[in-house]
Design a protein around this ligand. Structure first.
Ligand SMILES: N[C@@H](CCC(=O)N[C@@H](CS)C(=O)NCC(=O)O)C(=O)O
Length: 225
């Protein structure tokens, strides 16, 4: 189980699932700074758990962070990470204080979410559809989108370790799960060596290595085809 055991002083609860890519993004941020939190795995296949989760966040998508100390419910991975940075800061700062640097970080965060992560989800989602409800055109569009984005990453990662330079930021939290799962549906090691080396660095990062280790027992549920 990720995170420390729940005790009286832990005000943060993360509602998540270990296989969920957007939850990986939030977990990376929590593990980067050793932020104490109580992990709450949500099984969306269970009607009661799904209903309880939707009472917290009617959109029904995780991760969602509940902060009892501040009386806040914080959905949306990017917003959640900025919330942690503001109210529970640690050694790794996810959004730079300089406004121009922060703009670059947010642009890269949007880039990874919108042009790698969401199309990757679309491809995986199609694998879960019934045979007569497939969307080959949508999958083709998603593949083209990912290919374009990978070309951009390949050029961008020529000379720097992390998404916007020397510092690990929100953008890298977004990059890790999106590239990890994109590589599963559209392996890019042979075509995009710099993007692949970046993914390897992300996987070696202790925070993401821990997320992946904890997700390991669940990977058998990932649809391979
Ligand atoms: N924009 C959201 C996306 C979250 C999202 O898509 N979560 C997926 C798991 S990776 C989910 O909850 N899927 C369950 C569902 O849609 O029923 C974020 O950044 O947190």
């Amino acid at each position: 189980m990720p995170g420390p055991a729940k005790h009286a002083t832990v005000s943060l609860t993360l509602h998540f699932h270990p296989l969920s890519s957007f939850c990986h993004k939030a977990l990376i941020a929590l593990y980067e700074n050793g932020t104490p939190f109580a992990p709450q795995i949500v099984n969306l296949m269970d009607e009661a758990e799904r209903a309880a989760f939707r009472r917290l966040w009617p959109i029904g998508k995780f991760p969602v962070l509940r902060d009892d100390a501040r009386g806040e419910t914080v959905p949306e991975s990017s917003v959640l990470i900025e919330y942690l940075d503001r109210h529970y800061p640690g050694r790794t700062r996810f959004t730079p204080t300089d406004a121009e640097d922060a703009r670059k970080v947010r642009l890269h965060d949007r880039f990874f979410d919108l042009y790698i992560h969401l199309p990757m989800q679309r491809i995986v989602g199609d694998r879960l559809r019934p045979a007569d409800r497939k969307d080959p055109h949508g999958v083709e569009e998603a593949r083209t989108q990912i290919a374009t984005a990978l070309d951009m990453i390949e050029r961008g990662m020529l000379q720097q370790p992390w998404a916007i330079g020397e510092a690990f930021t929100l953008a890298d939290c977004a990059a890790a799960p999106s590239l990890f799962y994109a590589d599963k549906v559209m392996p890019f090691g042979a075509t995009h060596p710099h993007a692949a080396a970046y993914l390897e660095r992300l996987k070696q990062r202790p925070s993401y290595a821990r997320v992946l280790e904890e997700a390991e027992p669940y990977f058998k549920f990932f649809p391979q085809q």
